[in-house]
Design a protein around this ligand. Sequence first.
Ligand SMILES: Nc1ncnc2c1ncn2[C@@H]1O[C@H](COP(=O)(O)OP(=O)(O)OP(=O)(O)O)[C@@H](O)[C@H]1O
Length: 339
Amino acid sequence: MASITFENVTKRFGDTVAVDDVSFEIRDNAFFCLFGPPLSGKSTILKLILGLEQPDEGEILIDGRPVSHVNPARRNVAMVFQNLALFPHMTALDNVCFPLVERRIAKEEIDAKVCDVSEKLHIGHILHKTPAQLSGGERQRVAIARALVRDPVAYLMDDPISALDARLREQTRVELRRIQQELGKTLVYVTHDQEEAMSVADMMAVFKDGKICQTGTPDTLYQRPNSTYVAGMLGAPAMNVLPMNMADMLGALAGPNGSKHFGVRPENLRITKGSDAMISEVEPLGGSTTVHITAGDVALTSTMLGQPQFEAGTQIGLAVNSGQTLFFDGAGNTLAAAQ
Ligand SMILES: Nc1ncnc2c1ncn2[C@@H]1O[C@H](COP(=O)(O)OP(=O)(O)OP(=O)(O)O)[C@@H](O)[C@H]1O
């Protein structure tokens, strides 16, 4: 069990500032997601916690103790790497057992742990195969199993299920969430998939260019993003960010002084009778429908449950659900939400 704290940590690689004056606290037992686009510094944060990289500035604390000078083995955190790092000449079973054999754990205890983890991750039937004989998704689950058999203070996972197909990814993320709660251990989880982050995380941090833009629960970040960047990173389709001269047309309240744009989630944009806008495309998705709309040269999206009968080319009016508007200044920072 461990809390993990970053205090003004900076990490550079030559001219590249991979992690730029980052501070955050991960509480004990949290499922904490680092979420952001490629090259925004997420993997480097994990390597700093693991001890594979050293900060140039700042301090990292595990359970309140500075660890910058503690070697990786003594930090006792388990990592699932993006490239998985499985031993190619060993079977899946030997890969999973490896951290326990290395620690000279008794055979009966190893057998019990492997059996337990194999059941949780549904890999019992592939344990005799080598990594080359496994699919990408199977390899990922073996790598996760190898981390889970240990008894570390925290787990670090770098995009561990990205190679799985969509259905298996959904199942595995639900299992990972359940396993993390069962184990009662801190899990720091890197993903670039917003749906995955929002579905598993207790808390998440949104990254851009080595900096954290906002930290909070998935719900807070979705409902009260502090910028157009965070608003745009969470939610699919993305939030409509519109110029203030369209506020009247949509019946949105006037924003605070300095408002340059206002934001409306697609589920809060309603189609009404009128002729201000036009439906450009209708995307039926089974349980919901996404309607693509144009108003002058501005493109908008509206989502609704079910399969309402709309047709491309139809003239429409638009309205916003009351209290569901955010206002942004010229730099894209959130000013306030409409009451
Ligand atoms: N060992 C290294 N040597 C030089 N540059 C590095 C090294 N590791 C990372 N970087 C650079 O640091 C920046 C952050 O990389 P990092 O891998 O942490 O991002 P990321 O958000 O995890 O990306 P991805 O989602 O693609 O894995 C990038 O510009 C990357 O090229």
